[in-house]
Design a protein around this ligand. Structure first.
Ligand SMILES: [Fe+2]
Length: 258
């Protein structure tokens, strides 16, 4: 099945390179699944429920994860409301959690920016509605806070551990070009490690930052657009909160470079 729509390749966190290319990727699902299902459904309507219902229990290997996850993900992705994105993300989380982190195939990684200790990224899977990027943070590496406009991310830890923090903009933020101060609120501050999940949607927790532990950290981001690509920015965050109880911090956009 040929798809000529624009593809966005994540070459950095939230940094998407848009290009047009022919994609034959859905063929295994479209031909093997959709057409195959249709033929079998017409041939034997009794099989309909069985064929259209994903396997809901048990471990999944990587290929089974994609096969079982994608059809429902495509349906849930049609609802881009806050609630719809949450349902979509929790579906992805419930499926990827059934894959043992050690059984997830490794992507080819490349160093991102000039961060020291280094941060590495690599595209593991590119499809619809999501694409998957693997990341490897060297011991004590920090991936600075950045936003994901119109996008959601389901992060799944594979090895090591990192502290992951999420933030939301309080009120309205200035344009990315502005160096005006604005406020963000910390909404999560937790550990991501093998088998653990963190999610952000276009409408909640949309900013995140990672700080690897002493052994470094590896994981994957299952990323999805729920609207047009609006670019992104890193931001500088004040070290201490402006309001300790509310966990609000002063922030300034700092562009795409780190
Ligand atoms: Fe990110």
């Amino acid at each position: 099945m040929k798809d000529q729509t624009k593809l966005k390749e994540e070459v950095a966190p939230g940094f998407f390179e848009t290009r047009r290319r022919l994609l034959w990727l859905p063929a295994c699902f479209a031909a093997g699944s959709i057409l195959g299902r249709a033929e079998r459904i017409f041939a034997n309507p009794v099989d309909d429920e069985e064929l259209m219902t994903p396997i809901l229990t048990g471990d999944l290997d990587w290929e089974s994860f994609l096969k079982e996850c994608l059809p429902t993900a495509e349906e849930l992705h049609k609802n881009s409301t806050a609630q719809g994105q949450n349902a979509y993300l929790h579906w992805l989380a419930s499926m990827i959690e059934r894959v043992r982190p050690t059984e997830i195939p490794r992507a080819k990684l490349g160093r991102f920016g000039k961060l020291e200790p280094a941060v590495h990224f690599g595209v593991k899977y590119r499809g619809k509605p999501f694409f998957i990027v693997e990341w490897w943070l060297e011991p004590n590496a920090v991936l600075p806070p950045h936003c994901h406009p119109n996008a959601s991310v389901c992060t799944f830890g594979l090895e090591g551990e990192a502290r992951i923090r999420n933030f939301e903009i309080v009120g309205k933020a200035p344009d990315f070009q502005s160096r005006e101060t604005f406020l963000v609120r910390e909404t999560h501050n937790e550990i991501i490690a093998a088998g653990r999940i963190n999610t952000l949607s276009a409408l909640r927790d949309n900013i995140h930052t990672f700080q690897a532990g002493r052994a470094g950290a590896r994981g994957i981001d299952i990323s999805t657009y729920h609207g047009p690509d609006m670019s992104f920015s890193f931001l500088d965050l004040a070290a201490k909160p402006k309001d300790q109880d509310a966990r609000t911090f002063e922030a300034v956009w700092k562009g795409k470079s780190v």
